[in-house]
Design a protein around this ligand. Structure first.
Ligand SMILES: [Zn+2]
Length: 208
């Protein structure tokens, strides 16, 4: 499995394109997706899924356009649906534009197969109540949205955010994965499970 990062949209949200077996999936297309579409065209991969980690506007801006261009279904956590009634979900917050409406299906914790690869969908609430992480054991990587960042954690001051829940999600769902697992975060650098277990100031031994 190969993963390419496209920082998209006004908050440079990391959109990830994963490819395997001639198929591709996109995680959190947070902006206008023309760069992503050009890449897909040159690679010859067919986009078969658009996965959303949580329903904040900066992870959703490109969803409608990407689905329209590729025909790929959009999968969103049911627990975040209420956010689409708020500015943090549908946009408008602090003058940011609105998210274009899109159709989507619900996805929940469980074991799935995407691109011929096993994907374990993990319920990782805290940043939002519905937040999901997408773990690919064979790809040795997990897409966590805004749950966990390089040396940091997601904010919990938005509607439905809960710090205790977030720390519990990281400890029980992410830090139980193999330490070499690459953590692809919604913003900034990627990291690994083992590295954050040792060095994340919010979660490491003796941390906050
Ligand atoms: Zn977020």
């Amino acid at each position: 499995m190969q993963v390419t990062t496209f920082p998209l949209g006004p908050l440079e949200t990391n959109c990830y394109l994963a490819e395997a077996n001639g198929e591709a999936l996109a995680v959190d297309p947070g902006g206008e997706p023309s760069e992503l579409l050009a890449y897909l065209e040159s690679s010859g991969c067919q986009l078969t899924r658009i996965l959303i980690t949580h329903m904040h506007f900066d992870h959703l801006y490109g969803a409608a356009a990407l689905a329209r261009a590729t025909g790929a279904p959009i999968l969103c956590p049911a627990g975040d649906e209420f956010l689409m009634q708020s500015e943090i979900g549908r946009g408008g917050l602090m003058g940011f534009p609105l998210v274009e409406d899109f159709d989507y299906e619900h996805i929940a914790e469980g074991i799935y197969e995407f691109m011929g690869c096993e994907c374990r969908v993990l319920a990782t609430p805290g940043h939002t109540p519905g937040s999901l992480s997408y773990y690919f054991p064979a790809g040795k990587c997990v897409f966590v949205g805004d749950l966990l960042f390089y040396r940091s954690i997601g904010r919990t001051d938005f509607p439905g955010g809960d710090m205790e829940q977030l720390l519990d999600s990281v400890r029980t769902k992410i830090f139980t994965l193999p330490p070499e697992t690459v953590v692809y975060a919604g913003h900034m650098l990627s990291t690994t499970v083992g590295d954050e277990m040792l060095h994340n100031p919010f979660l490491s031994e003796g941390g906050l």
